[in-house]
Design a protein around this ligand. Structure first.
Ligand SMILES: [Fe+2]
Ligand SMILES: [Fe+2]
Length: 328
């Protein structure tokens, strides 16, 4: 999801130093790069942006679902949704920590999120209107996230790849809980089935957008792929997602809202319509249905938490002072 926004900071061939070549050789040999080791500035910057945007997506992604915790239809659904939303907070934490190993602070990253300098996944700027959306979000949005993140378990930066391993385990639970909701709705009353169909209709194309612009418009992926920061192209992942998801929709008895969707025997995958890329870029620019609300909620949470952060710092200072006195 974050991949859609990442630009690489590659050099031209002539500018490469012996260190750059040695670094690339380590990556080609499948070695992991660890925090204190030498790395090209572009690698570090691209990773900070990618991991930071990924972290922001996790915590902003809590908002559309957190909104449904009080309205979940049963106690069991409420517990499951609570657990999922908490998992997303955990994902945010692992990822901010991974970004911090690259020499940026969490405060700096959050400041950039709040000022609009850094983005989060466009999908979270769409509203969640009914309970069926909780099903469709888990099924499609977490499903697309898994598609993106499973290959990133093999990414070249050690802390990022290790964070991904744990995150992917939890994401697959998220995807299944979403599909379980869809099964219940699709096999329920005609009204419930209609709600499930409506959620699929609204979230299908925004989910396809999560993989980022078409490869022909994505000029920044070559360097990122050489560095193994990005493992697949946007179009490859989108195709995989469609191929996996269409049979799941069929199993639910729901219709994917794309008249051009057709199995293509020759390529061994579905042909499908591209999302509306003008809409995508417009949402990224800040003009989606919920951008202001989402960012407003994050800024408010930061401001409301100021007293707590200050208290923690004061407490840590007191403790340190006490330790100094005891040591004297
Ligand atoms: Fe997550
Ligand atoms: Fe998730």
């Amino acid at each position: 999801m974050y991949a859609q926004l990442v630009k690489s900071e590659g050099k031209s061939k002539a500018e490469l130093t012996p260190e750059d070549h040695a670094f690339q050789a380590r990556i080609d040999a499948g070695e992991k790069i660890e925090p204190k080791e030498w790395m090209p500035e572009g690698y570090r910057k691209t990773l900070i942006r990618q991991i930071g945007q990924h972290a922001h997506s996790e915590i902003v992604g809590q908002l559309p679902e957190g909104n449904w915790i009080t309205r979940a239809p049963t106690l069991e659904r409420k517990q499951i949704l609570l657990a999922k939303v908490q998992d997303e907070a955990g994902h945010g934490l692992y990822l901010y920590c991974a970004a911090e190993t690259l020499g940026v602070s969490r405060d700096e990253l959050l400041e950039k999120l709040h000022s609009g300098d850094m983005k989060y996944s466009s999908i979270f700027n769409y509203p969640t209107l009914t309970w069926a959306d909780m099903g469709a979000v888990g099924w499609l949005v977490d499903g697309a996230a898994i598609m993106n993140q499973v290959p990133l378990q093999r990414t070249s930066y050690g802390p990022y790849s290790r964070a991904m391993i744990r995150i992917c385990k939890e994401e697959s639970f998220h995807q299944r809980q979403g599909y379980a909701i869809m099964m219940k709705m699709a096999n329920g009353t005609p009204e419930q089935k209609q709600m499930a169909q409506d959620a699929l209709n609204r979230l299908w194309y925004p989910s396809l957008m999560m993989f980022g612009p078409s490869d022909k418009d994505s000029v920044h992926s070559v360097q990122s792929m050489a560095w193994k920061i990005k493992m697949n192209t946007n179009d490859e992942l989108r195709q995989k997602f469609v191929d996996q998801t269409v049979p799941q929709a069929e199993y639910l008895g729901l219709t994917v809202p794309d008249p051009n969707l057709k199995w293509n025997e020759e390529k061994g995958g579905y042909d499908f319509s591209e999302p509306d890329w003008d809409e995508f870029f417009n949402v990224i620019k800040g003009n989606g249905p919920c951008n202001k609300e989402r960012l407003g909620a994050r800024v408010k949470a930061w401001d409301d938490g100021a007293w707590y952060r200050e208290a923690m710092v004061a407490h840590a200072k007191k403790k340190a002072a006490r330790r100094t006195v005891a040591a004297e």
